[in-house]
Ligand binder design. Structure first.
Ligand code: FES
Ligand code: FES
Length: 185
């Protein structure tokens, strides 16, 4: 069967068994190897991707189920030469060691932060409870999520301040021009 769906903002098409796992279609057919396999049984969260904005384990989803829907993988968060805030924070906080759990952690955390999730320690731990990590002890991961939330907030504030400055500059230019323009008698 043919299954068409959106992956990381692009329309993609897969031809083959509709029962093939989304995880395998992403890695083998769509050349997106960022999503990792851990247990293959829905227990570890390593293969987490976003489906219509919700974190799901791609090892349990037959590709036929994603027809017409939106999938986001870890590749959507940034590029090796231009990491997103979460990826940067994982790197700087030492939250990725062997790396098997990392793409899944990143995707769960990105859905959480986009949904306005709290940056309290216990709330982050609760949210990430379905993503298992054998290496880091979780504290580095929690700190990375908090750091990414702070960075994103700061970037939003900077963008907002820039927009206000541009609007004020335009307004004062318009005023200056209208003062210089002579009125007709
Ligand atoms: S590989 Fe999918 S949950 Fe472990
Ligand atoms: S970094 Fe190795 S399992 Fe998490």
């Amino acid at each position: 069967m043919r299954v068409t769906f959106t992956v990381n903002g692009k329309r993609r098409s897969y031809g083959g068994s509709g029962m093939k796992r989304l995880l395998d279609v992403l890695r083998e057919d769509l050349s997106l190897p960022g999503t990792k396999e851990g247990c293959g049984e829905g227990e570890c969260g390593a293969c987490t991707v976003l489906l219509d904005g919700q974190a799901v384990v791609s090892c349990l989803i037959p590709v036929a189920q994603v027809a017409g829907r939106r999938v986001a993988t870890v590749e959507s968060l940034g590029r090796p030469d231009r990491l997103g805030p979460l990826q940067e924070a994982f790197l700087s906080e030492g939250a990725a060691q062997c790396g098997i759990c990392t793409p899944g952690m990143l995707m769960t955390a990105s859905a959480y932060l986009r949904g306005g999730g709290s940056t309290r320690d216990d709330a982050i731990r609760h949210e990430l409870a379905g993503n298992l990590c054998r290496c880091t002890g979780y504290q580095h991961i929690v700190r990375a999520v908090q750091k990414a939330a702070a960075t994103s907030r700061a970037r939003r504030q900077t963008r907002r301040a820039r927009r206000v400055t541009v609007a004020m500059t335009r307004q004062s230019r318009r005023r200056a021009v209208s003062k210089r323009t002579p009125r007709r008698a």
